[in-house]
Design a binder for this molecule. Structure first.
Ligand SMILES: [Zn+2]
Ligand SMILES: [Zn+2]
Length: 536
């Protein structure tokens, strides 16, 4: 080692030492260390975020950890209680909306409001009637899907819960009595019984690919894997009397197998469709492709660190009795409810780590009866530092909470990388330019997004923001926006709508964009080119 190198190494080490020692101090003091030493730079690169906040500013937000939903400060609560808080009012929140930081002014205004909202004001408005698109009607037999919070209709006995996300089960309670039976997959039943303690007898549990007659009706129901969160289903309902056949897709991610299976059913009279991403800007890649690209990026960054950051590692390893190898990044995967586990599993396996989460989160995950996940789960807080991958409920785009979460682990990890999985619009393939030739336009979406394109976008997010950062070879927080979605992409909806025959498509999401939906559905059905299912 040359003397010059030694000098650099001393500077780095002393600064990290200072950071670690100061980690229990107030945010402001940590900021002081960061600003005066200019070694650990807070990343503020966020092209996609609405308001650009510089690193200093972001840290100044009163040091509050805000609830991503109501924005009430949660500092005083333990992590577990924060999780419970968020879960508590998930019932009113549509899951998976891409999180966008509000404008600073807006945020302040909301915070004021949120302060008032702290006092429980339970003004109950009379329940609205069940929306038409939630009722599947076959003559006198009616099935209500994912609508538990509406006014009771005494003529309806059969309800269906497509999967265990709050915007679908909202309204379900222990004493819920609006219907006589709830159709759901076995996993969803376990989750519902665990959360609401409602009687198991209330449910008609289904395995995937199983058909049952619905008691008290002349209807049959078959459930297929919805490829959304664990336990999610898409449901085929048939009238024994008339042969009428409806498909309800709940929330789903289309796969080749799913379409192949559906094609065996012939034409459907109606398909209730998850239109969350029926927009060409949502052209993210296949799940496997995104998972591969994400793992590759994390592996590459870890490897390049090991060679260029030897001295920092030396610093951590110096002490003989240190029982763990300090890894480069703590990887924090954000997830509010069930879903996205596959991404966390793949990252953990790639890095050879276990997955740490709170006991209450693990209690829910155990219900999924997922062996691969079971083997990786760790809930003992004293072992958290040995797990490079953590599942956390609070992430969003709030780097404050990321930094706050990282602080107790700063002795063991040099930086924290937050993984924010969303159907975000990472890889833009073409701008929309009229539809004079719809076939020409749509032919751009026949092929899936290339793994290399995703890899490059993700790698770009892990790059250093400026020259100084690169020279110092340091960052403290990075938020990796991974285009991993459990809803179908625009391209997959194109395949589905073009290939699965039906008389009538009923969109169930983003109902304020019906005209747009109708436009795409028409274009997809009229597409003259070839769609080969094998390419999906
Ligand atoms: Zn969902
Ligand atoms: Zn949903």
């Amino acid at each position: 080692m040359t003397p010059v190198n030694q000098e650099i190494s001393t500077i780095k080490q002393s600064c990290i030492l200072q950071f670690c020692r100061k980690r229990d101090l107030e945010e402001g003091e940590v900021r002081e260390v960061i600003q005066t030493k200019e070694v650990i730079t807070i990343d503020d690169e966020d092209e996609g975020v609405e308001d650009k906040i510089t690193a200093g500013e972001e840290l100044k937000v009163d040091g509050d950890i805000l609830c991503p939903i109501c924005e009430i400060p949660l500092n005083s609560l333990s992590l577990e209680r924060r999780y419970e808080h968020v879960c508590c009012h998930m019932d009113n929140v549509q899951e998976e909306k891409p999180t966008v930081l509000p404008k600073t002014k807006k945020r302040k205004a909301r915070k004021k409001k949120a302060g008032k909202a702290l006092k429980p004001s339970k003004r109950r408005r009379p329940a609205k009637p069940i929306p038409a698109h939630n009722i599947l009607q076959f003559g006198d037999d009616r099935v209500v899907v994912d609508a538990f919070c509406y006014a009771e209709d005494p003529s309806i006995d059969v309800y269906l819960l497509s999967h265990f996300h709050s915007d679908h089960y909202g309204g379900l309670t222990k004493g819920w009595h609006k219907g006589k039976v709830i159709i759901a997959t076995k996993t969803t039943v376990r989750l519902a019984v665990h959360k609401f303690h409602c009687p198991e007898e209330l449910f008609l549990p289904l395995e995937y690919n199983e058909t049952k007659q619905i008691p008290g009706t002349e209807l049959k129901v078959t459930c297929l894997d919805g490829n959304h969160c664990p336990g999610s289903g898409i449901f085929i309902l048939e009238s024994i009397k008339t042969g009428e056949k409806f498909l309800h897709c709940g929330d789903f991610r289309i796969s080749r197998l799913m379409i192949e299976y559906l094609l065996k059913w012939g034409s459907f009279n109606r398909i209730y469709l998850d239109t969350t991403y029926l927009n060409p800007q949502y052209s993210f890649g296949r799940q496997e492709t995104v998972i591969n690209a994400t793992c590759k990026v994390l592996r590459k960054r870890s490897q390049c660190k090991q060679t260029t950051q030897k001295r920092v590692i030396d610093f951590f390893c110096k002490s003989e009795d240190l029982s763990i190898d300090p890894a480069e990044f703590l990887i924090v995967v954000g997830t509010y409810s069930i879903g996205k586990e596959r991404l966390a599993i793949a990252i953990a396996e790639t890095l050879g780590s276990k997955i740490y989460c709170t006991r209450s989160k693990a209690d829910i995950l155990h219900l999924l009866e997922w062996d691969e996940l079971e083997r990786l789960l760790e809930t003992d807080p004293s072992k958290a530092k040995y797990c490079q991958v953590h599942l956390v409920p609070l992430l969003g785009t709030n780097k404050n909470s990321l930094l706050d979460y990282y602080r107790p682990y700063s002795n063991h990890y040099r930086a924290v990388v937050g993984i924010c999985a969303t159907g975000w619009t990472g890889v833009q393939r073409s701008e929309e330019r009229g539809f004079a030739q719809p076939d020409e336009y749509l032919s751009k979406f026949v092929d899936a997004v290339d793994e290399n394109d995703i890899y490059n976008v993700l790698l770009g997010q892990m790059e250093f923001r400026n020259k100084k950062e690169k020279e110092k070879d340091l960052f403290l927080t990075k938020l990796l926006r991974v285009p991993y979605s459990e809803h179908s992409s625009f391209r997959e909806l194109f395949y589905f709508i073009n290939l699965v025959p039906c008389d009538m498509l009923v969109p169930t999401v983003n109902l304020d964009r019906m005209d747009e939906h109708a436009k795409w559905i028409r274009m997809f059905k009229d597409y003259k080119g070839q769609l080969d299912l094998a390419k999906l």
